[in-house]
Design a protein around this ligand. Structure first.
Ligand code: DC
Length: 231
């Protein structure tokens, strides 16, 4: 069957990656979490002290160091889930902390960071057969993707989901801090100048506030079958 590109965009913590990962596994496509790439650059900035006291980024130093940042994904043979590597080190856990979540928006608003990561993402999708999730996949990275989904859910439901996810990982987190972070990131993601978060005109909208993971999975699989039958 002809392979396609599936772009899944939407707000933070709305279950995009769970949906995307499940679909990719089911149809044997490559799954790329583009948010993990912005998180990896943020982790690099934290480790190399590239944040300024006012919370901004030392962009001139980061620009010089950008070509030293190598991000890749490798499939974990036990979980069969792709994990993120930064310059050869597995950073899958390190990029999911609240510290990284709190700093990632200013990093992902920097045009040269976006240009570098978008180019890397486009390269990964050259052969198609890929499911990629993020904020600008259907608008900027793959504007010609055959299937585009835009996912949304209320901020409170998204904060609750992230709270439960972090708690399950043993992190000591506070629901209100997470809700604040979700709202702040929504605002920054939608209002940045380069590739703001928005629904592509030809994307299908999915509000999954009241859907189970199983229902989302089935819905997405239906969209995939529908699109590939039309090809
Ligand atoms: O999906 P996530 O929460 O792990 O993404 C982390 C951040 O990266 C998010 O605040 C916005 C940014 N991001 C982006 O700007 N463009 C993408 N394609 C993916 C993520």
């Amino acid at each position: 069957m002809k392979k396609i590109i599936i772009a899944i965009d939407g707000f933070s913590s709305c279950g995009k990656s769970t949906m995307a990962k499940d679909l990719a596994r089911e149809i044997q496509y490559i799954y790329i979490d583009s948010g993990a790439m912005y998180r990896a650059v943020t982790l690099y900035c934290l480790r190399h002290r590239l944040f300024l006291p006012d919370g901004g980024v030392d962009t001139s130093s980061l620009e010089k160091e950008m070509n030293r940042i190598r991000i890749s994904f490798q499939l974990n043979p036990e979980t069969h889930c792709p994990e993120t590597f930064l310059n050869g080190e597995n950073v899958e856990q390190a990029i999911r902390t609240m510290e990284v979540s709190n700093k990632v928006s200013p990093v992902s608003a920097i045009p040269f960071v976006r240009a570098a990561l978008v180019a890397a993402q486009q390269e990964m999708g050259k052969e198609k057969g890929i499911v990629m999730d993020g904020r600008d996949i259907g608008t900027t990275v793959f504007p010609h993707a055959e299937l585009k989904i835009f996912v949304t859910a209320s901020p409170e439901i998204r904060a609750q989901r992230r709270y439960e996810e972090l708690k399950a990982k043993g992190q000591n987190v506070n629901y209100n801090d997470i809700l604040e972070n979700v709202k702040q990131r929504d605002y920054i993601d939608q209002h940045r100048e380069t590739s703001p978060l928005r629904k592509a005109d030809d994307a299908i909208m999915l509000d999954n506030s009241h859907m189970s993971i199983k229902e989302q999975k089935e819905w997405l699989l239906q969209q995939y079958h529908h699109t590939t039958q039309e090809q």
